[in-house]
Design a protein around this ligand. Sequence first.
Ligand SMILES: [Zn+2]
Ligand SMILES: [Zn+2]
Length: 284
Amino acid sequence: MVFFVYMSLFITSLNSGSNGNCYYVANDHEAVLVDVGISCRETEKRMLRLGLSMQKVKAIFISHEHSDHIKGLEVLAKKYQLPVYITDATLNNSRLNLCGLPVFTFKSSQPITVGDLTVIPFSKFHDAADPYSFVVNGNNINIGVFTDIGHCCEQVVSHFKLCHAVFLEANYDEQMLTQGVYPHHLKQRIRSNRGHLSNMQALELFKNHRPDFMKLVILSHLSKDNNCPVLVNDLFTTHAEHTKVVVASRHQETEVFHITPSFEHTQLAGHRVKVITSKQTTLF
Ligand SMILES: [Zn+2]
Ligand SMILES: [Zn+2]
């Protein structure tokens, strides 16, 4: 069993949606957070409930300056003196004060090493100053964090094809958005190629480019008003084959998923951890 732990990554969504985003990816020794869009207190509380330690978090990566991605950053980063990876354009377009913290910029497609994890940022289409998606690599496993995407450009497609698990935006159901109460300009903004991915856009990506080894898709950043968790879960499950489909909540953490290059599915008592082990991996 120790063998499997060595081979794995742990991931969870601490919150996902326009009210706050925070995603956790870890190996055995270190963790990174992508965005801190919920308060420091909520981040700590949810990690504690999952049995995760803030001491293991070694860096924070910021995707863009919208408040649902940075709201809790200042307090959390200062409390734990964490390095923050954020581009100059994102920082300058926010009201963040990161004085006293180690702050690093990054460039598209230039990998950043955090212990044994490697984070690869790449530019995305979204109505922010300088928005990025990320792939986190460790133990030969790739985790994608793909939210707040106007459309699936070639970069999204090429990185998606490499992922063993993804946080994938499925923001809105087209019909619900059309029939909903949002003003016309807001509907157009959401639909635009710098807005958000619809369920169907996300599904097209999933259907056409999901690699055989993708074990888990965590549907993320669902709209409160223009989507329905059951509807989007059913939509993806129909096409998922061996890939597990989970919908990230707007109000609480998901369980911790334990991703290995494998298929078997086990629940570990006490830690709300799912182990997805490999038929190809030697069992002792
Ligand atoms: Zn967002
Ligand atoms: Zn955004």
